[in-house]
Design a protein around this ligand. Sequence first.
Ligand SMILES: [Zn+2]
Ligand SMILES: [Zn+2]
Length: 215
Amino acid sequence: MDRDELADTHGQIPPVSGTKPDIPDACCKLARVTEAYQLQGIDDELRRRYEDGDATLHELADYINDRITAVALGVIDNPPETEPGTVRAALQGEETIPATRRDDLRATVAGQLDIELLTGSYVSHETVRRHLNEHLDVSTSRGGFDTFDEFKDALEAYQRQYENGVESALERAGTKGLIDGGEFRVFSTRIQCDHCSETFRIKELLDAGGCNCQE
Ligand SMILES: [Zn+2]
Ligand SMILES: [Zn+2]
């Protein structure tokens, strides 16, 4: 597709029209933005990449955001001569791109597009997770994580589930008169190192990068 055609089909994307997409029947932000940027077949693509390609949720979010960026770059007259993924990473302030290069790319794009609306269209891995889980019926509980951030997210999610479970059980028990007292708070899971018996909260263990008793 040449630039004119692209500009024509995608002329009303948010960073050009200057308005947020209004797509009332979308299941979530992911569906809303992919429709606003007229990306076709995204659901099949996400499913395929997640189930067959082993992509992580962060990679899927990057994939969508790169596609959104590509559409936006496709409609401007003087796009930077760079991969959409690099522009996206620059706009997101990723440290993999040198600061001066980030500033340059941002400046080039800023003159031609509403950057707030563009980056506001970007989806997070949490949004991808919810869309896969709740709207495409794809289970994301394979405990899959490849990066430290994803590992941390997984632990935090387990912890939240655990805290909510214990708290609501206590509340029910209180209502039924099984225990005294009404409201309780559950504190963070403690983890003990089998080797040295040191105990940690999840956050402490993550901050320390593990137990260093065997270094
Ligand atoms: Zn959805
Ligand atoms: Zn230890």
